[in-house]
Design a protein around this ligand. Structure first.
Ligand code: GLC
Ligand code: GLC
Length: 831
């Protein structure tokens, strides 16, 4: 069942009922100020960090669901409703929510009053704009009372939802004209405040929640709205809110526009106050003046649209497959930006209080984002590297505001270091900017007491960490866990509630990961190629890359990498091979996991994908055998499950994976993130049909019609779909913040459609479904534009027969496109 439709021309998803199976959300904000915006106006805003600088309150896991947002009420004398349906849930006469690129629009009507709410965060300012137009579509006059409502969060979201003995006494506001200022803790150490403004004179306001709602009422039935007026309450402690009241009379056919701004401002310490405890409101006035009129708002909205049109013009596909186009051109790339900005911090499933930026997560997010804004990817790579420890290991997470590692979860996830190599190599393949490798990065953000070193040295230490931490089978030690956070082989937890991620030694002496072994080979090769390229550059010009090792040292490193890659490949092909697939790991007793000899959990998806992506088994047939086993044992209607058979009981030696009921999350769920690994692996052995089949199974755009089963947004990937063992098989959870976005975009754009950035330039090597007869991709790359047309007259899955640029045929076997002009027309014939 569908709950809306795609409008590809406007790059929107249009939701046609407020009662979607779950709230379907969008993200507002491109740089530092963000808002989550559901199809019924739910969500919250924050500046940079969803935990530390949250502007508005949201109640996770509330009942009814999706509790709190920016709410606009209308009382027309006979009915009370919200333009976005929540929280009164008064039935509307018409309703549509358009989620677009960085904006959302809710168009609704009731009792002849038509309303349009446009919400977005301008590209350059730290505020959310809500422009509301109301039109009287009847032939009689309308007198209405209009109310806004938001609830302020006292900045630190975690403290705000736990430390009530203090927080009920600290709340403070100021009111100036139509602007409500929230200034809790501004009197002491905070130099920031927020404001909620309306661009016209108001008839009243409330800032005290209990006064606005009535102590035993809530946002669904607030006293002020029922009474038709506010009380001009000034919050002292308790729960500060912002509500404006505006009386509106509309003649038949008449419209009015209201512009609300929720903004974030900072002041220098010496300029905080204009009088004792009175905020210097200067920075707020600047924003307020900038967005005072409809024309101002229209200009900012156009700028946002242009911003997105520009970003999405870097990679565009034209094919006769509408769903593929829509996913590749719009929604998958859009989600890549969101995951880049949010990591795993703020969604409707991630509370924004726990995880900050993940070392591995953010490194992987780069893979799908780097082509959009390389300069921001560069900055992120350096931030991540700055948190690394001197021995090459990594904090598992860091806070985006402070950019320092998170002591709570610490380190010891032994896949983490290698992801830094993955992200950096992707950046250089995209940009050719080797200078990033010379940037000086701290260790543990300067807390380690050792001097900063060039990024290149951080990458070297990343690799060296795994090189120095191997177990009895010469495979990498797993530490607390590898990519699968729930395979905790050194944890042995028997105490309820203990964290699986931090209990037990950070590294036992023997538990090993075949998955990390695959990464070691894959990213070892990428790092090796990088070293080779640096050596080549330096050999040609001695003055280049002066901060990086000399050519002789680079050659020595290359030698070490070669022998390490060879030895690890050998270890995987022996101890890591189970006969028909790759083993998953060895536990703390050195027993295999993910082997036919196991009682449960005999085969896992991760090592099949990663080892083959690393090139292991491609030449000797093991890759094909492993992929056939994946198809036979792990595949399902809704995607490839993580492991089979599911664990049916708790295994203390395995940890969290066996804590989940069968079919959920890491215990045999369809973990969307690693499905593209198998698609990539299939592409590596030339199976275009199968790669594409895998691609479509978890792709939300292809699941739009089964919304009642899938439940999460049809325009965003979710982390996990319940596997075949689960009673709710096919149900998605944890939408938006998942490495799936980046991995899928990388896979479909580079491995399936085959347009791949390399250190030397762009290469074309498609591996597509045989049914795809032709397609075109426009790719902007290193300042040039490539218009690539691929035709597949013989309906093959793989194999370039000929390729030409601007009419000149390239020598046979040459896939690199050497830029000669600014715009290149490339003809590729498969066969
Ligand atoms: C979550 C985490 C990610 C991890 C994955 C598998 O998505 O964000 O870091 O790799 O789960 O456990
Ligand atoms: C839980 C989740 C996993 C996530 C981890 C993060 O283990 O199952 O997906 O990566 O928490 O801490």
């Amino acid at each position: 069942m569908k709950y809306g439709y795609f409008d590809d021309n406007n790059k929107e998803y249009v939701i046609t009922t407020p009662e979607t199976p779950l709230p379907w959300i969008n993200y507002l904000g491109s740089n530092e100020f963000f808002g989550l915006f559901s199809n019924t106006c739910g969500g919250y805003d924050f500046y940079k960090d969803a935990k530390l600088l949250r502007l508005t309150r949201y109640r996770y896991n509330n009942s009814p669901y999706d509790s709190n947002g920016r709410y606009y009420y209308i009382n027309d004398g006979s009915d009370i409703w919200n333009v976005g349906w929540q929280p009164t849930q008064t039935p509307l006469d018409s309703y549509e929510c358009h989620h677009g690129m960085g904006y959302s629009k809710i168009i609704s009507s009731k009792n002849g009053i038509e309303s349009t709410l446009l919400a977005f965060v301008p590209v350059h300012d730290n505020c959310e704009i809500n422009q509301i137009t109301l039109k009287n579509a009847t032939d009689s006059n309308k007198e209405i009372n209009f109310f806004s409502y938001i609830e302020f969060c006292l900045w630190n979201a975690e403290d705000d939802s736990t430390n009530f003995q203090r927080n009920f006494s600290t709340g403070e506001v100021e009111i100036e004209g139509s602007t409500i200022y929230h200034k809790t803790e501004y009197r002491e150490r905070r130099n920031h405040f927020s404001f909620y403004h309306l661009n016209t004179e108001i008839d009243g306001f409330d800032t005290d929640r209990a006064t606005f709602q009535g102590f035993y009422h809530g946002p669904a039935n607030p006293d002020a709205v029922k009474a038709g007026h506010c009380s001009n309450s000034v919050a002292h402690g308790w729960s500060p809110i912002g509500s404006h009241h505006k009386k509106i009379s509309l003649a038949p056919g008449e419209s009015i526009s209201l512009i609300f701004i929720l903004g974030y401002c900072e002041n220098p310490v010496e300029k905080k106050f204009i009088a004792p405890n009175v905020i210097n409101k200067e920075p707020a006035h600047v924003i307020i003046n900038k967005y005072g009129t409809d024309a101002d708002v229209a200009a900012a909205y156009n700028e946002l649209k242009e911003y997105w049109n520009g970003l999405l013009s870097v990679y565009t596909l034209t094919s006769d497959n509408e769903k593929l186009n829509r996913s590749v051109n719009i929604w998958n790339q859009y989600q890549c930006m969101v995951t880049f900005n949010m990591s795993r911090s703020a969604s409707y499933f991630e509370s924004g209080m726990g995880r900050g930026m993940g070392f591995r997560d953010s490194s992987q997010d780069l893979l799908g984002f780097v082509h959009l804004i390389p300069s921001r990817a560069r900055e992120r790579i350096l931030d991540i590297a700055n948190t690394q420890f001197p021995d090459g290991s990594a904090y598992h997470q860091y806070q985006p505001l402070t950019k320092t590692g998170n002591l709570g979860v610490g380190s010891g996830f032994n896949d983490d270091p290698l992801w830094l190599i993955a992200g950096t190599c992707a950046y250089i393949r995209e940009t050719g900017d080797y200078s990033i490798l010379e940037e000086m990065c701290e260790f543990d953000t300067g807390r380690a007491g050792v001097p900063a070193a060039p990024l290149f040295e951080h990458l070297r230490r990343s690799f060296k960490y795994n090189m120095d931490h191997k177990g009895p089978h010469k495979l990498p030690l797993i530490g607390r866990a590898d990519w699968n956070d729930c395979l905790n082989l050194n944890c042995f937890s028997e105490t309820p509630g203990e964290s699986f991620q931090t209990t037990g030694p950070s590294e036992g002496p023997v538990a090993e990961s075949v998955f990390i072994a695959g990464m070691y080979v894959k990213y070892g090769k990428e790092f090796r190629d990088l070293c080779q390229h640096i050596a080549d550059i330096k050999s040609q010009s001695a003055s280049e890359l002066g901060n990086l090792p000399e050519v002789s040292e680079l050659n020595r490193i290359i030698g070490v990498l070669d022998s390490e890659i060879e030895a690890m490949t050998e270890a995987v092909e022996t101890a890591g091979w189970d006969g028909k697939w790759f083993v998953r790991a060895y536990d703390a007793y050195s027993n295999p996991i993910g082997s036919h000899t196991c009682e449960e959990g005999q085969i896992f998806i991760e090592p099949q994908g990663m080892c083959i992506m690393g090139g292991i088994g491609i030449e000797n047939g093991k890759a094909e055998t492993a992929l056939a086993s994946v198809k036979e044992r792990l595949d399902s209607k809704y995607g490839i499950m993580l492991n089979q058979p599911a664990y049916t009981r708790y295994h203390v030696e395995l940890g969290e994976i066996s804590s989940y009921p069968p079919g959920y999350k890491e215990n045999a769920g369809i973990f969307c993130h690693n499905n593209p690994w198998i698609a990539c692996a299939e592409a590596a052995v030339g199976h275009g049909d199968r790669a594409y089949e895998i691609y479509t199974k978890t792709n939300p755009v292809f699941l739009e019609e089964i919304g009642e089963i899938h439940r999460t947004e049809p325009y965003a990937y979710c982390q996990m779909v319940a596997g075949a063992d689960a009673p709710t098989f096919g149900e998605g959870k944890n939408s938006w913040l998942t490495g799936t976005a980046a991995w899928t975009f990388a896979t479909v754009s580079q491995n399936i459609l085959g347009i791949k950035p390399t250190y030397d330039g762009l290469s074309v090597d498609p591996c597509i479904p045989s049914t795809l007869g032709e397609y075109s991709v426009t790719r902007k790359y290193r300042g040039k534009t490539y218009n690539i047309h691929v035709s597949n007259p013989n309906h093959v899955e793989h194999g370039v027969k000929s390729i030409s640029i601007n009419g000149n045929t390239l020598p046979e076997g040459t896939l690199l496109l050497n830029p000669s002009a600014d715009v290149m027309d490339v003809e590729v014939i498969l066969g």
